[in-house]
Design a protein around this ligand. Structure first.
Ligand SMILES: *Cc1c(COP(=O)(O)O)cnc(C)c1O
Length: 229
C-alpha cells in the first residue's frame, strides 16, 4: 500500500508536469494538503514528507486537531476553506493563517475584529461561485469587486485573491474554461485597483486544468490522504 509520502510525491509531480506543460514556473504553484476528516497523525506523516500547508473545512474538528499538533504549529500554515458562520469566526481568527471562503462582508468584519492583536494579518480569498451553481456558496462574479473593495479597508486582514469550487466536470477543456474565468476575474479586479496575487483553485480531480489556467494554490485532499468517510 502506498503511503501519504508516496501520494504527496505523486501530487507534486502532477503539479510540476502541469506547470511545465504550459510554460509556468512550478515554484509559482503551491500545494495545500486538505486534511479534513483525517487525524493529527496523518498531518504528521505529511509533515515528515515535507508538507507545511494544511487545509481544514470544519471549525470544531480543526480546533481539536490543532490542539494535538501544537509542536508543529510554528512551522506549519493553516488554511480554513469551508463554509464559515459568524459564530465560529472567533476560532478561525485565532487559529488560522488563511481563510479562502469569504463570501460576505459581515464575516470579514468579524474576522478583522477578532484577529488577535499580536498575530500576523489574516490572509483572505473571496470565494466566487464561478459557474453559477444554485446551491453553492460564494459571491456572484459581478459582486466580487464591491466585496473586495470593502474588505481592503479592514485592519488585521490582507486580501490576497479569489477561490472557487466548480461543479465536478470530466472534460479537461471545460474544467480549464471555468478556472480561466476566475483568473480573468482576478485580472479585472486588479485593473480596478486591487492587488490580488492568489488564485485558489483545483482539487484532486482537476488540478492540472487549474494549474494551466493560472492557479497559485491547489487544494488537494483525496489524492494525498485517501478517500474520506
Ligand atoms: C475537501 C475540499 C478539497 C479537497 O478535495 P479533494 O477532491 O479531496 O482533493 C478542496 N477544497 C475544498 C474547499 C474542500 O472542501
Amino acid at each position: 500500500m502506498s503511503s501519504i509520502a508516496d501520494h504527496l510525491r505523486a501530487v507534486r509531480a502532477r503539479m510540476e508536469r502541469a506547470a511545465l506543460a504550459c510554460g509556468r514556473d512550478p515554484a509559482h504553484v503551491s500545494l495545500l494538503a486538505v486534511s479534513k476528516t483525517f487525524p493529527p497523525e496523518a498531518v504528521r506523516e505529511a509533515y515528515r514528507a515535507g508538507q507545511r500547508a494544511f487545509g481544514e473545512s470544519y471549525v470544531q474538528e480543526a480546533v481539536e486537531k490543532l490542539a494535538g499538533l501544537e509542536d508543529l504549529r510554528a512551522d506549519t500554515e493553516w488554511h480554513f476553506i469551508g463554509p464559515l458562520q459568524s459564530n465560529k469566526a472567533r476560532h478561525v481568527a485565532a487559529h488560522f493563517d488563511w481563510v479562502h471562503s469569504i463570501d460576505r462582508l459581515k464575516i470579514a468584519q468579524r474576522l478583522s475584529d477578532l484577529r488577535p492583536a499580536g498575530a500576523a494579518d489574516l490572509q483572505l480569498c473571496i470565494q466566487v461561485n464561478i459557474d453559477a451553481q444554485p446551491t453553492k456558496s460564494g459571491v456572484a462574479p459581478d459582486e466580487a469587486l464591491e466585496l473586495a473593495l470593502a474588505i481592503q479597508g479592514l485592519p488585521r486582514l490582507r486580501l490576497r485573491g479569489l477561490m472557487c469550487i466548480p461543479a465536478p466536470q470530466q472534460d479537461p477543456v471545460r474544467q480549464r474554461e471555468v478556472f480561466a474565468r476566475l483568473a480573468d476575474l482576478m485580472h479585472e479586479l486588479n485593473r480596478a485597483g486591487l492587488r490580488l496575487d492568489t488564485l485558489s483553485m483545483g482539487m484532486s480531480d482537476d488540478l492540472e486544468a487549474a494549474v494551466a489556467a493560472g492557479a497559485s494554490i491547489v487544494r488537494v485532499g483525496t489524492a494525498i490522504f485517501g478517500a474520506r468517510q
